[in-house]
Ligand binder design. Structure first.
Ligand SMILES: [Zn+2]
Ligand SMILES: [Zn+2]
Length: 318
């Protein structure tokens, strides 16, 4: 087995645990599932967040609820194997869109590492509206920031100064000596601009869908990916979904897939076209009853996709 295949299989066998890859060489690109969840407060799944580790650096995509603690959980301090995710090294965040389930962790990403010693200012990339979000967070926490800067003088004066970079057009949005990050347009609700991100490193291509309905952008983003991390809705137990019942959100599956998200049937079709080496399901709307953790993997297979596919668990490594 190549190291990559071993990492994949180890991950599949030890769901929910950090995989014991045999080639954790410095520089090998890895994907760490920080949070595999949705707005549903499933205690086993943090809000959405994925880290790409390359060449000694960490790049985080989305900051759902609990993401800061998830980064810590994958560091050696807490039994993980990625020093790149240490709090003082969290400086690059990419937002797919500004829904709260993907952004409530942004204040934590900006402020808590700073209070614990990070000196480098975080750089936050995202669609139009990101600058207002960052500005608003810094304004909302001004008392805290002032206390820490001037109160007892323990806070440095650089690590809190988050810089927003609004991504208004597709293409290369970020590059350094470890990675090139490209944004591809997705389609989600009535947002005019939402992004999937494609990370290209010397050894791998990793694509993270964010939230999207099926669209050309995800086909373009996913082409040739080693790892495609994609959102998905199950269809077998669709009647159990809250959006089918709630008075404020009376939608059926057709509405949801037309406007918001991607069904297992649709994702199987996407995967057949883009042929990722590994498809990772996250932000799963798995309403199976009784609950079956791999229900959506089974649906994807049933819809005719026979490539490698796994259901993400928080802390998994690919
Ligand atoms: Zn969303
Ligand atoms: Zn979402």
């Amino acid at each position: 087995l190549s190291g990559w295949a071993c990492a994949l299989i180890c991950t599949a066998l030890a769901a929910g645990e950090v995989a014991a890859a045999d080639d954790a060489a410095v520089g090998a690109t890895r994907v760490v599932m920080l949070g595999s969840g949705t707005p549903m407060p499933d205690p086993a799944r943090r809000g959405p967040g994925v880290a790409v580790i390359a060449k000694g650096r960490a790049y985080v995509v989305d900051a759902g609820e609990g993401i800061f603690r998830a980064t810590a959980a994958s560091t050696p301090d807490y039994g993980g194997r990625f020093p790149e995710l240490h709090r003082t090294r969290l400086t690059r965040l990419f937002l797919t869109h500004l829904h709260s389930d993907h952004t409530v962790g942004v204040p934590a990403f900006i402020l808590l590492p700073w209070t614990l010693g990070r000196t480098e200012a975080p750089q936050i990339y995202g669609p139009p509206g990101t600058a207002r979000l960052v500005r608003g967070i810094l304004d909302a926490y001004l008392d805290d920031i002032d206390q820490r800067r001037y109160g007892l003088g323990q806070g440095n004066d650089t690590g809190w100064r988050a810089v927003a970079h609004e991504v208004a057009a597709p293409g290369v949005v970020y590059t350094d000596d470890a990675v090139t990050v490209k944004a591809f347009p997705t389609e989600h609700t009535t947002y005019p601009v939402t992004w999937a991100y494609r990370f290209e490193t010397p050894d791998r291509v990793v694509v993270i869908s964010g939230d999207t309905r099926p669209c050309q952008g995800i086909l373009d983003a996913g082409a040739g990916a080693d790892v495609l991390v994609h959102e998905v809705i199950g269809v077998d137990d669709r009647d159990k979904a809250p959006w089918g019942k709630a008075k404020h959100m009376r939608l059926d599956l057709g509405d949801v897939s037309r406007f918001y998200h991607t069904t297992t049937e649709e994702l199987a079709g996407i995967a057949k076209q883009v042929k990722p080496r590994l498809l990772v399901l996250y932000h799963e709307q798995n309403w199976s009853d009784p609950y079956e953790p791999d229900a959506l993997v089974e649906e994807i297979r049933r819809f005719g996709y026979d490539g490698q596919v796994v259901s993400a668990r928080d802390g998994d490594v690919y």
